[in-house]
Design a binder for this molecule. Sequence first.
Ligand SMILES: [Zn+2]
Length: 487
Amino acid sequence: MARIGVLGFLHETNTFAPGPTELARFIEADAWPGLVEGQALLDATGAMNLAVSGFVAAMRDTGHILAPLLWCSANPSGPVADAAFDTIVSRMETLLRQAGPLDALFLDLHGSMVTEHLDDAEGELLQRLRRITGPAIPYVAALDFHAIITQAMVDQTQAMVAYHSYPHVDMADTGARAARMMQRLLAGESFHAAWQKLDFLVSMPWQSTLGDEPAGKIMAQARALETLDRPEVQFIPGFPNSDTPESGPAILAYASTPARAQAGVQALAQRVSGLQQAFSGTLHTPDQALQIARTHASLRYILADTQDNPGGGAAGDTTGILHALLDQQLSGAAVALLCDAPFALAAHQAGTGSTIRLPLGGRSTPGDPPVEGDFEILALGDGKFVGTGPFYQGCRMELGLMARARIQGVDVLVSSRKQQAADQAMFRHLGADPQDYRILVLKSSVHFRADFSALADHILMVKAPGANTADLRELRYTRLRPGVTIL
Ligand SMILES: [Zn+2]
């Protein structure tokens, strides 16, 4: 019977988004819990689609004892403040010392955190924790599909397992995979790691693993390469809007011998290189996308506002597509979620059924003006509801005051905290059914597909203002290692 410490610290850093990301963002809840310690960690993360939830559930009947220490996350955004990183890691160190002897450590990490002065924040975190626990006990980490793998991360852990799916519908399952690796390590097995960094960047919208997409084919090949003595062969695409020497995808395998692990990496690398050029797609301007929707008036559309996707570090408040809807006088549309706390507060003060005249959105991005006009307040919400779709399953959202406001026949779902529009419960919380709209504008790149794809005949990827740049060639990378290309 082993005693296993449980830690979590998740941030996907868009180094092109304005920073720094302060401590408060990690303390407050959003779709995921705020900073939690001890028993509260287990209470807050239970029964939801998170790696820590899946790990804890899978370990429940194994006879091992869990020591929950600290878990926190912040929505993707600009580089993390050095002070915030240090405060959280120092607290983890204190809790780790107080916890007494541990036999293993489980870590729920994103894997692409960058601070003001650290390119590889997870590598630094792991090294600091190792100074307390020593090198002997196994560390098993769960990682995001968009993790950026580094040598320090590989060196400091005995196993790292990343989500297989984008949309990340398998976060809890990934925690269960981590639990299986943990049990085998605690039973005395050891795994050899082999890994390879790949020298290209793939934009977020083209990383989907659904349908016939290249990432899906690569994942299928990876599963085919896994065996009992080579339990993990992984393609980890990385987060592309990150300008560091480590940026880019990786292939990472664990096996009973170095040769078996290396053979898995080589076989998967071959598959990736055959599909590498297939990562692509079409970006539409808002006017082009709406023209298509106007031409095919009997069809239903989702317009993915990918560049303002808060899940990629954007602010979630830009108005490019909303302006285009109003200019083209297209009604029967909804925009979700637009983050504007002052607007949501004013809507609550005015009440349902009232009409308010207040600028909406357009605060974060130069050249993206607010929408001005009369808004009819159709519904109000406190922002507290439970996710029901495959991605946000079980998540107890805390998005602050919310409102559904109508302008010229277009509904805008407004929140006080930014959150990716990837769950139908966001609409239902505000008395709306997403099926009732012919055009859904969703601030999301890929995650929305899990819960919304069935509602549309066509999905159009739209390039409107926002910090989650979709055409990576527009970004000024200065720190990539030589040879990295943009697909
Ligand atoms: Zn991700």
